[in-house]
Design a protein around this ligand. Structure first.
Ligand SMILES: [Mg+2]
Length: 476
């Protein structure tokens, strides 16, 4: 284990760790060699001020927790002074007051490869009746139930063992809380590695009108000048509510009153569930949607390029919001070098948009490290293992165990729920982040860096006054 300070006061550890982290960020943010090093170590998602937002803005029925900035120095509660024997009634009582959020890839498994101690770590929580959930930025082509089944296999849990259960939260799961009326009335354009499966997931969240690139290609073959990669062989469906695409020789010569007749396709939201396989096709279509008049595909807004308007008039004409549900630039698989994630598509699209419009892309995001996702997870955790009526039971502290400083550690550091629960990030060495000579500490500093997930749970429990050791768990 690499402790960043002395146990047991993790608040002091984080406070001490946070200040240098901010200086390191400032000194390397525009440095190409540092960015290059991060490729092999810490993934970086750069936000341009004002262009990315994780505010629900009334679209999601969630509270909006305050974001803690790195300038704020939180006073974390003093760690428990009790000493309880592991698995005792006293330990179980203590364990009701804290919970865990587990990242999956790089923490519980590496691609399809097991991480040996993962099962023991989960068992330790289970045996103490600790509340825990799995908070992954994965998703896009699996429902939460499918992801849970896959996780069970990857962790090596067999039979009826319920260590995984229905505890999975994927990057887009918070969309379950999208406004009910919008789910009924509005039209969503969706993309992912498998748009057809993403559509099914959106339907399972209650969205009635969901369209994909395949639907549009079937209606209007000239919307894309090349042969698309129909790698999933999905068949296009009719557009919702009997609508059709607006077609005119001049995309700016539309009849605004006629558009509102209800006969034409109007897209109200764009959801990017995870990285699409056909970047070119999706870049073209999403660009068309964002440049349209109010989301009517086939039109071009008259406000585009009007420098008297905010953002040069781009995305200022009632166009749909773009939601991306995973910002991770990199992730860790069995391969020795980190692989590009959904964030890579976002960066590529932002580059095209900037070149084409001269302005920054305005977009909204969920998934870690967004407040939306942490708020959703927090609410679910309060109700996990709870009374049958779903009553919330308060938590004193939540340990976020992750391998990615940018999403796992950053999200936990910034999240500040209204009920005062403290979020404590723990970074494991089994995944994305790797200590190198050039980068001794991650850009977002956790309370502690440990070898693996079992060390993380043992550290947290000891921090709470439960006298457990790794050796004892391994010898069980
Ligand atoms: Mg991970």
């Amino acid at each position: 284990m690499t402790f960043l300070g002395a146990l047991p006061r993790c608040g002091a550890i984080a406070r001490a760790a946070r200040q240098p982290a901010r200086r390191a960020y400032d000194s390397t943010r525009n440095c190409a060699p540092c960015a290059a090093r991060r490729f092999g170590t810490t993934p970086a998602v750069r936000f341009l001020k004002g262009t990315a937002s994780d505010s629900p803005d009334g679209d999601l029925e969630l509270n909006f927790a305050k974001r803690r900035t790195l300038d704020e120095q939180p006073v974390w509660p003093v760690t428990s002074s009790s000493t309880a024997s592991p698995f005792s009634q006293e330990a179980k009582k203590l364990a009701r007051s804290f919970g865990f959020l587990y990242d999956c890839d790089g923490v519980l498994h590496l691609g399809d490869q097991k991480i040996d101690s993962a099962k023991s770590a989960l068992r330790l929580c289970w045996d103490h009746d600790s509340r825990y959930l799995f908070l992954t930025n994965g998703g896009g082509n699996t429902t939460e139930e499918q992801k849970a089944a896959s996780l069970k296999k990857k962790v090596g849990i067999d039979g009826v063992d319920d260590l995984i259960g229905d505890r999975v939260i994927q990057s887009h799961t918070p969309l379950r809380k999208f406004r009910t009326q919008a789910k009924e009335d509005q039209t969503i354009y969706i993309t992912s590695l498998d748009p057809e499966r993403a559509r099914e997931i959106a339907h399972s969240y209650g969205f009635k009108n969901v369209i994909t690139s395949t639907d549009l290609l079937e209606q209007y073959e000239h919307i894309y000048p090349f042969t698309p990669k129909h790698i999933f062989n999905s068949k296009g469906r009719a557009l919702p509510n009997g609508t059709k695409l607006w077609r005119g020789k001049d995309a700016m010569a539309y009849d605004a009153a006629e558009l509102k007749s209800g006969n034409y396709l109007k897209i109200d939201h764009v959801f990017i569930f995870n990285d699409p396989r056909d970047w070119s096709l999706e870049t073209q279509i999403i660009h068309d949607i964002l440049a349209s008049h109010q989301g009517y595909l086939g039109t071009l807004s008259h406000k585009n390029g009007d420098q008297s308007l905010e953002n040069g008039g781009w995305q200022q004409d009632g166009q749909p919001k773009v939601w991306i549900s995973n910002l991770d630039l990199l992730w860790k698989t069995e391969h020795p070098i980190n692989r590009f994630g959904t964030g890579a598509f976002l960066h590529a699209f932002r580059g095209v948009w900037k070149e084409s419009t001269g302005h920054e892309l305005l977009f909204k995001y969920m998934g870690k490290p967004s407040r939306i996702t942490y708020e959703y997870a927090h609410d679910s955790l309060l109700r996990a293992n709870g009374a049958a009526d779903g009553r919330a039971e308060p938590l004193r502290r939540v340990y976020m165990i992750g391998d990615n400083p940018e999403s796992d550690v950053r999200g936990a550091l910034e999240f500040q729920p209204e009920d005062g629960t403290e979020y404590v990030p723990i970074l494991v060495k089994t995944g994305v982040w790797r200590q190198t000579e050039a980068e001794r500490q991650p850009r977002w500093q956790p309370a502690v860096i440990v070898d693996d997930v079992l060390d993380a749970v043992v550290w947290a429990m000891r921090n709470e006054g439960i006298d457990v050791t790794r050796e004892a768990v391994e010898n069980m």
